[in-house]
Design a protein around this ligand. Structure first.
Ligand code: PGA
Length: 261
């Protein structure tokens, strides 16, 4: 697990986009796991810029999104299908058939969840999974108490998540109560995980995820068990961490190590 601290949101966006670009450049048919929410917007903007200005090629890339609200159709402005199209897919050369976002309107959720898991496997697994973190410590919509071995399924959103996400809707009552989400176990099978967080509202969850014992009460804490996970944090999100000097030391010295391991 690595902790990368940055001064600004812009730096988080650029550094995380660089990780994505390296994976895509090294493996043109890479499989990317994508997240929604405010936090990855800068990363997607930077990826779109890299496509336009540096020729970053997504023509063979496949993507899988973490989650979708139950009941919202793909053309609903608050659906994650719509979000991904507006903020990334329409700006890059990705093939529509290579894009996967969980369905919020399927007639058979159980069958869809099973298919989603199988489709990830069929595509060779996820090379890089992008994650945000909820103020309740969730990754994807794996709310507190979610099994750390869970797979793609329906989850009931916590009151805190509904309140946090109400800013995107006209009123709190409009926020869907259920979501379809990759499980913690699904996320953990990705070869690399990057978790992005900015702002002081995330500071308690980040401290729990990094410096408290692994617990289903903060599903992001599972990243402690992943061999290749990196947190990209601004100073406010990192504000409750106790080992700050230690993380700074490691971040400064690691580039000089004889090989990346
Ligand atoms: P945010 O959401 O990026 O909008 O803060 C993160 C999350 O809920 O995972």
């Amino acid at each position: 697990m690595e902790i990368q601290r940055y001064k600004t949101y812009d730096e988080i966006s650029k550094a995380s986009a660089q990780v994505g670009a390296e994976i895509v450049n090294n493996k043109p048919n890479a499989v990317l796991g994508l997240a929604t929410g405010s936090t990855p917007l800068g990363l997607y903007k930077e990826m779109a810029r890299m496509h336009k200005e540096d020729g970053l090629d997504f023509s063979h890339v496949k993507t899988f999104n973490l989650d979708e609200y139950v009941g919202l159709s793909p053309d609903h402005p608050q659906s994650y299908h719509y979000f991904m199209h507006e903020n990334l897919f329409k700006h890059i050369n990705i093939e529509p058939q290579n894009v996967h976002v969980p369905s919020g309107t399927t007639k058979n959720y159980q069958a869809f969840c099973k298919w989603y898991e199988e489709r990830i496997e069929e595509c060779g697994g996820i090379d890089l999974q992008v994650l945000g973190i909820g103020s309740d410590g969730h990754i994807a919509f794996n709310e507190p108490g979610s099994s750390l071995g869970s797979r793609t399924r329906i989850k009931t959103l916590s009151k805190q998540t509904i309140d946090d996400n109400a800013r995107f809707f006209e009123k709190t009552e409009d926020v869907p109560i259920y979501a379809i989400t990759m499980g913690v176990g699904t996320v953990m099978e990705a070869r690399n995980l990057i978790l992005l967080a900015e702002g002081e509202s995330k500071a308690p969850a980040i401290a729990d995820a990094i410096e408290s014992p692994v617990s289903s009460m903060c599903t992001a804490s599972i990243l402690q068990l992943h061999p290749f996970s990196t947190f990209f944090l601004d100073e406010k999100a990192a504000g409750n961490l106790k080992m700050t000097e230690y993380y700074k030391w490691i971040q400064a010295k690691k580039p000089g190590a004889p090989s990346s391991c």
